[in-house]
Write a protein that binds this ligand. Structure first.
Ligand code: BV8
Length: 248
C-alpha cells in the first residue's frame, strides 16, 4: 500500500498547528482497524452481503422487521467486540490537550469515538446501540413493557422498537446537522477520515469546509468521492496516520 510522503504529513501538521478550529469528518474506514466492517469493503463489507436499500430503510423494516432487526443485532455484536483504535484515541487525546479546538463529526453509528473519550461528538446518523419506537409512542409505550419477540413490541399496542439510527430516506437531526454545518464552515482544517463520500448530506460537509476556505485533508487508502475537495490526500490507514498528525 503506498504511504503518504513525509512532507505531505509535515504540511498537514503545519496546517493543524496553525489552525484555531479543526473539524474531523469520519466514516466507516476509521473503525476498520477496530474490526468493524466498512460498508464498501468487497470482502467483508456490510454492503457486500446486504444491500442498504434492502435493509437500512424504514420500508425494509416494516416489510420484514425480524430480518432487519437481526441484521442490526449482528452489527451490534461486532461493535460490542470492537475497541477504539489509535486514530479514535489520538483524536480524543488531542481534544483533551486542546479543549474546544477540534470538533468530531461522524457518520458512524458504532460509538467508538465516544468510547475513546471524545466529547461533543456530532453523530449524524445516530447510535447503533440504542433503540427508539418505530411509530410515535402512545401513553402505553414504555421501553420496559415490551414483548420478548424480535423486534420487541409494546405489549399493549404492538408499536415496534427499532435501532436509533438514521435510515436512508430519513432526515438527519436538524440540530446535529446544523452544528456539523457550522463546524465545517468555521474550521481552518478539516480532516476527512475513512469515508467514501458516497452518502449525503454528510459528504457535503467536506465541500462546505472547502468553499469556506478550510484546508481539507483526506486520510484513506483508496480514492474517494471527496478527493476533488481536498488539498491533500494522505494515502494510508487512519490508525497509522492520524496519531502522527495530532501528536502536538
Ligand atoms: C437525507 C445509519 C433527506 C444506518 C447511514 C444527495 C445526493 C445523492 C443522494 C442523496 C442526496 N441527499 C439524500 C440522498 C439519499 C441518501 C444517500 O446519500 N444515498 C446515497 C447512498 C446515494 N441519503 C439519505 O437518505 C440521508 N437522508 O438526506 O434526508 C431526504 C429525505 C428523503 C428523501 C431524500 C432526502 C440519510 C443518510 C443516512 C443513512 N444511514 N447509517 C446504518 O448504519 O445502518 S449511512 C451509512 O453508510 C454509514 O453511516 C455511512 O454514513 C455510510 C457509509 O459510508 P462511509 O462511512 O464512507 O463508509 P464506506 O464503507 O462507504 O467507505 C469506507 C471508506 O473507508 C472507504 O473509502 C475505504 O477506502 C476507507 N477505509 C477503509 N479502511 C480504512 C479506510 N480509511 C482509513 N483508514 C482505514 N483503515
Amino acid at each position: 500500500m503506498p504511504q503518504p510522503t513525509l512532507d505531505a504529513i509535515d504540511t498537514t501538521r503545519d496546517w493543524l498547528q496553525q489552525a484555531r478550529r479543526i473539524a474531523v469528518l469520519s466514516g466507516a474506514g476509521i473503525s476498520a482497524e477496530s474490526g468493524v466492517p466498512t460498508f464498501r469493503d468487497a470482502q467483508t463489507g456490510l454492503w457486500a452481503r446486504f444491500n442498504p436499500a434492502e435493509l437500512a430503510t424504514e420500508e425494509a423494516f416494516r416489510a420484514d422487521p425480524e430480518r432487519v432487526w437481526n441484521w442490526y443485532a449482528f452489527r451490534r455484536e461486532l461493535t460490542r467486540a470492537a475497541q477504539p483504535n489509535a486514530a479514535h484515541v489520538a483524536i480524543a487525546q488531542f481534544q483533551q490537550r486542546h479543549p474546544g479546538r477540534l470538533t468530531v463529526i461522524t457518520q458512524n453509528v458504532d460509538g467508538l469515538h465516544q468510547r475513546a473519550g471524545s466529547q461533543g461528538v456530532l453523530a449524524l446518523h445516530g447510535n447503533l446501540m440504542e433503540d427508539r419506537w418505530l411509530d410515535a409512542p402512545r401513553d402505553c409505550c414504555h421501553a420496559q413493557h415490551i414483548t420478548d419477540k424480535l423486534p420487541p413490541r409494546c405489549i399493549t399496542c404492538g408499536n415496534a422498537r427499532r435501532p436509533a439510527v438514521v435510515w436512508f430516506g430519513e432526515y438527519l437531526s436538524e440540530a446535529t446537522l446544523a452544528q456539523a454545518q457550522q463546524a465545517a464552515s468555521n474550521c481552518d482544517v478539516m480532516l476527512v477520515l475513512g469515508t467514501s463520500g458516497a452518502v449525503h448530506p454528510a459528504a457535503g460537509l467536506a465541500l462546505s469546509a472547502q468553499t469556506s476556505g478550510a484546508e481539507v485533508v483526506i486520510v484513506n487508502p483508496n480514492p474517494s468521492e471527496l478527493d476533488n475537495a481536498a488539498r491533500l490526500c494522505l494515502c494510508g490507514q487512519a490508525g497509522q496516520i492520524v496519531p502522527a498528525l495530532l501528536d502536538f
